[in-house]
Write a protein that binds this ligand. Structure first.
Ligand code: CU
Length: 148
């Protein structure tokens, strides 16, 4: 009986996984502008959900002066340490290689009128901070993804 119960639980879990994988990603559009603002400060998500973030830089200033990326960090990441180390990582989309393990997903640095996207699965419950890690932006360009 115990074995059968485990087996049916396993089957249910597998079925859930297959169903989930078949669901299309939910698209969340985020804009970034020359005023160093994202248009979205909060995203609510379900654990295991597939999300596609489409980032649009709606500004006009050059990429070197006002580029924007979108970086989703694991819960508990030291934001200041991450952002300060990443300031000099221009050749790595402003994500410091030493801190890459703290990144759940990211959209590369975009210049004016450019669009980028990333698709990821929400790994676990918690509060995930997202920022633009272009030098000097993270204090203003910041939001939270809450996963339940
Ligand atoms: Cu930015």
């Amino acid at each position: 009986m115990k074995f059968l119960a485990s087996l049916s639980l396993l089957t249910a879990l597998l079925a859930g996984t297959v169903l989930r994988a078949a669901e299309p990603a939910r698209t969340i559009e985020i804009t970034a502008n020359d005023q160093m603002k994202f248009n979205l400060a909060k995203i609510e998500a379900k654990v295991g959900e597939t999300i596609k973030v489409v980032l649009k830089n709606v500004g006009t200033l050059p990429k070197e002066a006002m580029g924007h990326n979108w970086v989703l960090l694991k819960p508990g990441t030291d934001l200041n340490a991450f952002a300060q180390a990443s300031m000099t990582a221009k050749d790595a989309e402003y994500i410091a290689p030493a801190h890459k393990d703290k990144v759940v997903a990211f959209v590369k640095v975009l210049g004016p009128k450019q669009t980028g996207e990333v698709t990821f699965t929400v790994p676990a419950a918690g509060e995930y901070t997202y920022v633009c890690s272009f030098p000097g932006h993270y204090m203003l360009m910041k939001g939270t993804l809450v996963a339940k």
